[in-house]
Design a binder for this molecule. Sequence first.
Ligand code: PSU
Ligand code: MN
Length: 302
Amino acid sequence: MLRVSIAVAEAIEHNQPVVALESTLISHGLPFPQNLEVATALEAEVRNNGAIPATIGVVGGVPTVGLEAHELERFARGGARKLSRRDLAAAIAQGADGATTVAATMSLAAAAGITVFATGGIGGVHRGADRTWDVSGDLTELARTQVLVVCAGAKAILDLPATLEYLETLGVPVFGLGTTEFPAFYSRSSGLPLPALTDPAEVARIWLAQLRGSAYAAPGGMLLCVPPPAETALDRDYVEAAIVRALARAEVAAIRGPTVTPFLLAAMAEETSGESIATNIALLRNNARTAAVVAVALQHQQ
Ligand code: PSU
Ligand code: MN
């Protein structure tokens, strides 16, 4: 069973632009109460740019597309599991609250008929993955599920060149909007080149071609990378030094599996005296705005 809120169901039925939003960044990516403010702000950004927001999560075992305000608060206060695709079945069967990652959000968005989704940074290939095999399920989901993901690249705590290589192997198209480089989440540049687009209408045209071509040539999703806003973006060398310290802490604490990303995000906040959180929030808002603009352009072309 999939519960779709009335507002979202009506928008889908009337072919209005809808933007999916994830809930892991609320429950496991940012501290309370900023996370609740952000959850509400992202929905407002989507609305103010002409689309309907659909924040996705599993509420008491029910996969839900379009969380209500009191549910956003419940997720922000903590206690929800972190659900990637493989965790959905257990959360449903056990009646649990679960915050969905990019992978799980994509699969529920697609099930509801939503094809545009905004997040912060996707999961990817972790540094040291040649030892740990830690590669986010977000990448495999992008290969099989038809959702356009708008992000600020992959989180900089990851191995960015390896993440791009992996996306190429999986056949996932990756573009920069207003940039010729893969953004590094907290910083605007990574030195890794991307094909650049400048116009959201062009993004929509390419995404539509991928959607329509899925039957014969191009199944799966697409990644649109938007650099973090210049005002809050952090210097690359400064971020890199903080990442090295955060990774060392994760190593000492022997963090493994799904807790790695939340641990590193919290450690980054400490290592940058909270600056990483301000950047994270600014880029999330920017991505929500961009996704709404693309969703509107997509609707005009359909
Ligand atoms: N982007 C953010 N904050 C987050 C995440 C992304 O700005 O907390 C989450 C996303 O939900 C992403 C997840 O799917 O981290 C990746 O986790 P993992 O590496 O364990 O797959
Ligand atoms: Mn992982």
